[in-house]
Design a binder for this molecule. Structure first.
Ligand code: SF4
Length: 841
């Protein structure tokens, strides 16, 4: 079986998607589609929009002919323009007969998947009456809203806040959440999401792909195109991955190092060890730009005699701590504040007023001593000489090198430490904000499409767990499973209504079998989505959503790229049957639930003028600062972009890149004083912390045990029907074997499993949760790993197949198997951190 499909074949399939007989177009044309405007016949219309086949929102052009979307193209008005294979399958998603067509009401038990058709009016009134009840009781916070592929962006949050609930909980805890964000954020003093950095592949000499596969995974705009340019420019690459990331490492100067799952932190620590041992760090950068010279007490790790000021930020009015610290000035041979020093010492131990002090860098060097490549080899299975070779390449090429700052990361309980050590390597090499290194993503912040609404007063569930339950790094905007923890414990209160818009909170959450058992405590579950999913099976009301070409949307500015960009999204075609956009639903609920004067004050103008009003509000006053950023240009070209930038915002206490994080020090001390069992996850010095599975298996898996690792391909993503139930992608998947699990030949032989066998896959802790998959026996996977593409099949919810005819029968969704556990201190999903078994059918 091959893992690739030819470009020609893909494009051919793409071009027939809108007309292919397997899409059963007759269903939709006859009943649902509004007749195309007669002036449209035979003419191609091009509409600026943003692709939503995954979450990246790449600016694109929808090509419409005879009232139907026939294809998506990259937006040509961008210097880095591109769309991926998934986006080319948009017509097959749009004209898929499995689209949800009408509002549905549950008639069977929750989970059974039995529903009857109801009218929109009945659906909305049923929802509104429950919402009114909780508002009138003074308990609006008991309503929890889960957005993801929301079709009401810009309107939903103001509505729920006006309604009175602070519980708007995104999906980020399954994706990057605080493990990535604070592991790297420690160096900059604020959370750094995957959307905070860009890798300068075109100008880099060498890169390590440790936590991302930019070619074989997801993102295109702009990371994929930068990556492609880098490859054409000859960037050398090493990919550290549990599976062979084919597209990323093909060609000369590129290599794959298979790694044991969840041990990337050990690899990074050994790199740091080697960089320090060979004095391969950027001394000037460390002295000037970081707090490496800070004098600290070697016992308590506290800075020596700092000056601490609290300043009020003129913009936010929030208090901000500023730390002025002392260094050892080699010119004066004494300790002085850094801004007074002529020649600060980077390393060393000194005596100041009878006290022993060392530099923060000295403490880091000492902490790294034990993390030799030989030590890391035992943990990661990567040979020590390979680790040394990677370190050498990094040292030689600095600062035009990097360890890629990574992507979907919430895979293991130790993820925050993994990213902390990754950040250390990049800081030692001085690659931040450098050409050929790592840049910060610049953004133009737009206004909301509605006037600003007051914030709800009630306590947010996630804030309770952040402040009171030992998750100080939890991102309160994410953490959707804490709503289920609240259901389990009753703390701080039990949610009574779940409203999910484009978020498959069951299929997309680690520990979903445990979560479904808690749903009995919820009075009303509403799911709005274009396709049935695992969460819909438990819904009381299902609302048929539009797909992105069928609606206008708010302007968007959060792109993962090197230039500030704003992009338009306009409706290209009519929605099918009774599908409606979320913005319409939110407006209808606002009308029915809010007081008339509240509605008029915040929604009135929008309700009368539509998105034209919203877009103008979003851009108010911005053209002065950003010439050319006008609505007219956005409507015409679809995008506006500014200048490329490398700058990374710092909000640390010292105002520098903190190689020794004072915020981590503060949290670590507090957690230790409280006796938190995982306080060391916030340790300010380099530290190896194993994943959950390692502790459970005491570092050694049995012969029939695996770690199930999941990944994307450019042709699949997520647990949404637009990709996993897509007739075009299904055809292509047959070629890449998307329904297969990859098993290493050594392990397959021991288990008597052959290529093409069908196996049952189940977690060791719950042998009744069983999914079936075909096997690909291949050396392109680490022997301890069972690799599968992400979320492609019905898995342990076979009843889904009734609604999703184009979903592959076999395949595995990791979320069905993982435990309902939380990554320490930050509350992420630790999706893959669970032991899996396999048996032949
Ligand atoms: S990466 Fe691909 S699927 Fe995702 S938004 Fe961009 S073009 Fe669409």
């Amino acid at each position: 079986m091959g893992t690739k499909i030819s470009r020609r074949k893909f494009l051919k399939l793409g071009s027939i998607a809108a007309f292919s007989p397997f899409v059963r177009l007759g269903d939709t044309v006859k009943v649902s589609q509004k007749a195309p405007d007669p002036v449209d016949y035979g003419v191609e219309r091009r509409v600026p929009l943003r692709c939503r086949m995954c979450a990246q929102q790449c600016p694109a052009i929808g090509v419409v002919k005879d009232g139907r979307l026939i294809k998506l193209e990259a937006n040509p008005h961008l210097p880095y323009s591109g769309i991926c294979g998934r986006s080319r399958s948009t017509p097959a998603a749009l004209y898929n007969p499995d689209r949800l067509k009408y509002p549905l009401l549950r008639v069977g038990k929750r989970g059974e998947g039995k529903f009857k058709r109801i009218s929109w009016d009945e659906a909305l009134e049923r929802i509104a009456s429950v919402l009114r009840k909780y508002r009138e009781r003074g308990e609006p916070e008991k309503v929890v809203y889960f957005p993801r592929f929301t079709s009401a962006a810009g309107l939903d949050k103001p509505f729920w806040h006006l309604y009175g609930t602070p519980n708007i909980l995104s999906y980020a805890d399954t994706c990057h959440s605080a493990g990535h964000d604070w592991g790297l954020g420690a160096y900059f003093g604020h959370p750094m999401t995957p959307g905070a950095f860009w890798m300068d592949y075109p100008n880099a000499r060498f890169g390590v792909l440790a936590m991302r596969n930019p070619a074989g995974g997801l993102c295109v705009y702009q990371f994929g195109t930068l990556f492609g340019e880098g490859r054409r420019n000859g960037v050398r690459l090493v990919a550290v991955d549990v599976r062979f990331p084919n597209e990323a490492v093909e060609g000369a100067g590129r290599k794959w190092l298979p790694i044991r799952p969840g041990t990337d932190g050990a690899f990074h620590l050994a790199l740091a060890h080697e960089i320090v041992k060979r004095r391969g760090y950027d001394q000037e950068y460390l002295i000037k730009e970081t707090n490496a010279c800070m004098l600290i007490d070697p016992e308590t790790l506290e800075p020596y005699a700092p000056e601490i000021q609290e300043k009020v930020d003129p913009k936010t009015k929030k208090k901000k701590k500023h730390v002025r610290y002392r260094v050892w000035d080699q010119a004066q041979n004494r300790a002085v504040f850094k801004d007074e020093a002529q020649k600060p010492a980077l390393r060393g131990e000194f005596t100041v007023e009878g006290r022993k002090v060392i530099t923060a860098f000295e403490a880091i060097v000492q902490a790294l001593e034990k993390y030799t490549p030989e030590w890391a080899e035992k943990i990661t299975t990567i040979p020590a000489n390979e680790i040394r070779a990677v370190a050498e390449e990094l040292i030689k090429g600095k600062p035009r090198v990097f360890v890629d700052t990574g992507w979907y990361s919430e895979r293991y309980g130790n993820v925050m430490r993994q990213f902390h050590s990754l950040g250390l390597v990049n800081t030692l090499l001085g690659v931040w904000e450098k050409k050929g290194g790592v840049g910060g993503i610049p953004k133009v912040k737009l206004h909301g499409p509605l006037p600003k609404v007051p914030k709800p007063k009630a306590l947010q569930i996630t804030k309770y767990y952040q402040k009171k339950k030992g998750y100080p790094f939890l991102n309160p905007k994410a953490g959707r499973r804490f709503a289920f923890e609240a259901l389990r414990t009753g703390e701080p209160y039990e949610p009574k209504v779940i409203f999910a818009m484009g978020q498959n909170f069951i299929g997309g959450s680690a520990g979903s079998p445990e979560m479904t058992k808690l749903l009995d405590k919820v009075e009303l579950i509403v799911c709005m989505t274009p396709f049935m999913d695992e969460s819909c099976l438990y819904a009381d009301i299902i609302l048929p959503d539009t797909l992105f070409p069928e609606r206008d949307e708010a302007l968007h500015f959060k792109f993962k790229q090197s230039m500030p960009t704003v992009a338009m999204h306009m409706k290209a075609v009519e929605p099918p049957f009774e599908a409606r956009p979320g913005s319409w639903v939110i407006l209808e609920l606002a009308r029915r639930v809010l007081q008339p004067e509240e509605f008029e004050k915040y929604f009135g103008e929008f309700a009368r003028g539509g998105w034209e009003v919203g877009w103008r509000r979003q851009l108010e006053g911005l053209e002065k600062k950003h010439p050319g950023l006008t609505l007219e240009r956005l409507k015409r070209e679809g995008v506006w972009y500014g200048k490329q930038s490398y700058k990374i915002k710092k909000k640390t206490y010292t105002g520098e890149v903190e190689i020794f994080s004072l915020l981590f020090l503060e949290k670590w001390k507090k957690l230790k004083a409280e006796g938190h069992p995982h306080a060391d996850h916030a340790h300010p010095l380099p530290l190896w912390v194993p994943p959950f599975w390692w502790e459970e298996a005491q570092g050694k898996l049995k012969e029939d045990e695996f770690i199930l690792c999941t990944g994307f391909s450019p042709l699949n993503s997520f647990t949404g029907g637009q990709t996993r139930n897509n007739p075009l992608l299904l055809e292509i998947w047959k070629e890449i074997g998307v329904d297969r699990v990859w098993i290493h030949p050594e392990k397959a032989q021991k288990l008597g499993i052959s290529d093409g066998d069908v196996v049952e896959v189940f977690p060791a802790h719950n042998p009744r949760a069983v999914a079936r998959a075909r096997v690909w026996v291949t050396p392109l996977v680490h022997p301890e790993v069972l690799f599968s593409y992400y979320g492609v099949a019905p898995g342990i919810y076979p009843q889904l197949k009734r609604y999703l005819a184009f979903m592959p029968e076999y395949g595995v969704n990791i979320n069905h198997f993982s435990k309902f556990h939380f990554a320490p201190l930050q509350g992420g999903h630790a999706t893959q951190d669970v032991i899996i078994k396999v048996r032949r059918v």
